[in-house]
Design a protein around this ligand. Structure first.
Ligand code: PLP
Length: 391
């Protein structure tokens, strides 16, 4: 009979992390659908574009891995020049560390002893594991438990950008928390600030997005100055995402960018609009659900084998990669109903179609494996090792 802690341990030791190399390559047309595929040429292009962008701006790239959940992809990003990764949860961080990534920032606070002990187990394995704190209670408890283990934990203070989700109010309250960490938390080291302005990333229209972002981040910039005026060094100011990557570069306030979605892109991001363009074209979709047409119940309708069990529905509908005039509607758990309105090509039963996912992060969380390909050929299969790791 395993104990609960044995069970938790096994969830890490039994992880499938490494690529499965096929003895014989297969065509993506041979994959069972629905399948989550990655066009590797586009993935590489997106990765290198973002990396050269941050390099030119003098920013570090601390890419968020909450969307791809794969140490294989994280390693590619580090090899391309990223300074480290971000994770949203302790269990995502456990997976990244098991996959050989050592510089990890956990971007959500933890306050309960079970999570703090798991955090400290990570810190024992890598001194480069850091976490955000946004409340005195959490900071005190991490410091106390770290003290019992003779550990020191690097922390960033998370600032609320006005979203009311996590983070302490910028300004005086943030200063008090940082001072408290310095005065009363001997086992924490204050490494800087985090301000991820999630309520800005999907604002439609570049100018509107930039104006809102500049307004909101100004409170973070003021907070950094306030700390410095009070004699506190702020080596790190981390934040930003795919929707603000070029605004952040010009502004020069952050030390590192936490962008994630640029690697895969999705319909939600594509529709935010770019600088002088209706759609956001700076990064191209590289992630596609491959689906099959399985039924034709009515004229001008065709059904595919992909419903809400394989396409996240929170932000809208998937779109076809290369068909115009075919509109996807969710048809339940396992089905999507495609309405054909002068479709740019005929769709027959058995045809395989690639759709751009509505929202990449929760869609990825629905699959066990990626099928990465170049020119339509799959040579290896990548486990989505951190899928379901929300704890
Ligand atoms: C704290 C934090 N940082 C960075 C990101 C990545 O942002 P994006 O996917 O917009 O690039 C997210 C995404 O939700 C996030 O929550």
């Amino acid at each position: 009979m395993p104990t609960f802690s044995d069970f938790q341990q096994a969830r890490i030791s039994d992880l499938q992390i490494e690529p499965i190399i096929l003895d014989e390559p297969i065509s993506i047309d041979q994959l069972p659908t629905p399948a989550l595929t990655i066009d590797l040429d586009i993935l590489d292009k997106n990765m290198l574009k973002m990396q050269s962008h941050v390099n030119a701006a003098g920013l570090g790239l601390r890419c968020h891995t909450k969307m791809h959940k794969s140490p294989i992809i994280a390693r590619k990003q580090i090899a391309a020049g990223a300074i480290g990764v971000c994770c949203a949860t302790i269990s995502e961080a456990e997976v990244m560390l098991a996959g050989g990534i050592t510089k990890i920032l956990i971007t959500s606070p933890v306050v309960t002893d079970d999570k703090i002990r798991r955090l400290l187990a990570l810190c024992q394995k890598s001194s480069e594991v850091e976490i955000v704190v946004d409340y005195i209670q959490g900071a005190d408890r991490i410091s106390a438990l770290a003290g019992e283990m003779n550990l020191n934990v690097g922390v960033l203070v998370d600032l609320d950008p006005g979203m009311g989700r996590t983070g302490i109010e910028p300004g005086q309250k943030a200063l008090e928390l940082v001072q408290h960490i310095g005065d009363a938390c001997p086992n924490l080291t204050f490494n800087g600030l985090q301000m991820y302005i999630g309520n800005c990333m999907h604002v439609h229209g570049f100018e509107k997005r930039r104006d809102k972002y500049l307004h909101l981040i100004s409170r973070g910039i003021e907070t950094k100055k306030l700390l410095e005026t009070n004699g506190i060094q702020v080596p790190v100011f981390s934040g930003g995402g795919t929707g603000t990557y070029n605004i952040d570069a010009q502004l020069g306030a952050l030390t590192d960018l936490q962008a994630g979605s640029y690697m895969f892109m999705d319909v939600e991001y594509r529709d935010i609009g770019g600088q002088g363009t209706e759609t956001f074209l700076d990064f191209e979709p590289s992630l596609f659900s491959l689906v099959t047409a399985i039924s034709k119940p009515q004229d001008r309708l065709i059904t595919v084998d992909a419903g809400i069990k394989c396409l996240a529905t929170d932000t809208g509908y998937p779109e076809f990669r290369d068909i115009e005039g075919a509109t996807y509607h969710f048809g339940g758990d396992e089905h999507g109903i495609i309405q054909l309105n002068n479709a740019s090509r005929e769709i027959n039963l058995g045809d395989r179609l690639s759709v751009i996912t509505p929202h990449c992060d929760p869609t990825v969380n629905l699959y066990d494996y990626y099928y990465p390909y170049r020119q339509g050929t799959v040579t290896e299969i990548w486990p989505i090792s951190a899928r379901g790791r929300s704890q």
